[in-house]
Design a protein around this ligand. Structure first.
Ligand code: FMN
Length: 264
């Protein structure tokens, strides 16, 4: 009798294990799509929309610069591996405000753009930095001696936004901070908050601030790992920066990141 009960137990456990194995993936994927507590539920089809709204032509993420798209210049492919570990990079990063008088190479600029907003999962258009609902509200500009370039993540390319050296003008708009004029390149992170608001309403501004932080840290860590350095700059006149760089009215400048070769 004891034996029969034991067999029943074993049989029952086997069936339960089998059921758990069959059901678990379904349960997990269901849980993955559940909104987190306090998070606005996603509208129907949001998952699809969120993964298809970052192509250059999708009206949900309009091209930021001009109605007629300027010529695109492909950038060098980013290096998949550096010489510093993440831990070494984190330990070494320090804000640097004095730079040697030496330009960045196109490879270095391209690597920094990739760290900021590069596409890392082409199928879904996902990027190096996380973004709420994968809405990708940020536009990235690089201000250098050559001009102002707009980074196009989908093609890993530059579009010339403005010709000429706008660094002195940008420095003026940033309360004359010397590091802005001195750095060979200043990365400008600007948000189209509406892109995120279309899904998250009032929380969009907060999400954009957070995302600018992600992007800023990516750029600073990449700079450190590339033997470069920089400083995150938040002190500037919003309107003056937007005016000097002639940014589209839908963009709000959230971060300036002057990057260069550390002096000495
Ligand atoms: C949001 C934010 C805004 C900042 N704005 C400026 C700025 O306008 N000018 C500047 O020289 N440094 C600025 N910094 C850099 C801080 O001064 C610096 O991070 C701090 O002194 C700590 O030094 P560390 O970056 O080397 O760790 C800013 C940092 C953050 C996070």
């Amino acid at each position: 009798m004891t034996n029969v009960t034991g067999h029943h137990h074993l049989l029952l456990r086997g069936v339960l294990l089998l059921l758990t194995a069959l059901l678990a993936p379904g349960l997990l994927s269901a849980a993955r799509h559940e909104p987190a507590p306090g998070r606005p539920p996603e509208p129907p089809g949001a998952q699809v929309a969120a993964t298809t709204d970052h192509t250059d032509t999708n009206p949900a993420s309009p091209p930021a610069v001009t109605p007629t798209s300027p010529e695109r210049r492909m950038l060098p492919a980013p290096a998949p591996k550096g010489r510093m570990s993440l831990e070494e990079t984190l330990a070494a990063r320090r804000s640097v405000r004095l730079f040697a008088d030496k330009p960045l190479t196109l490879e270095q600029i391209a690597q920094l753009c990739w760290a900021a907003q590069g596409i890392t999962e082409p199928q879904r258009g996902l990027r190096t930095a996380p973004s709420a609902g994968a809405k990708y509200p940020m536009e990235l500009y690089v201000v250098s001696a050559e001009g102002v370039d707009h980074y196009v993540p989908a093609s890993h390319a530059f579009e010339r936004h403005l010709p000429g050296d706008l660094r002195p003008a940008l420095q003026q708009a940033a309360y004359s901070q010397e590091c802005i004029r001195q750095a060979p390149a200043c990365f400008v992170v600007a948000a189209d908050v509406q892109r995120t608001a279309s899904k998250y309403g009032d929380r969009a501004e907060r999400y954009c601030f957070i995302e600018a932080g992600h992007i800023g840290q990516n750029v600073l860590l990449q700079a450190t790992a590339s033997d470069l350095a920089g400083v995150p700059v938040g002190a500037y006149d919003d309107d003056a920066v937007a005016a000097k760089l002639r940014l589209p009215a839908n963009l709000r400048v959230l971060y300036l990141l002057p990057i260069g070769h550390p002096q000495g």
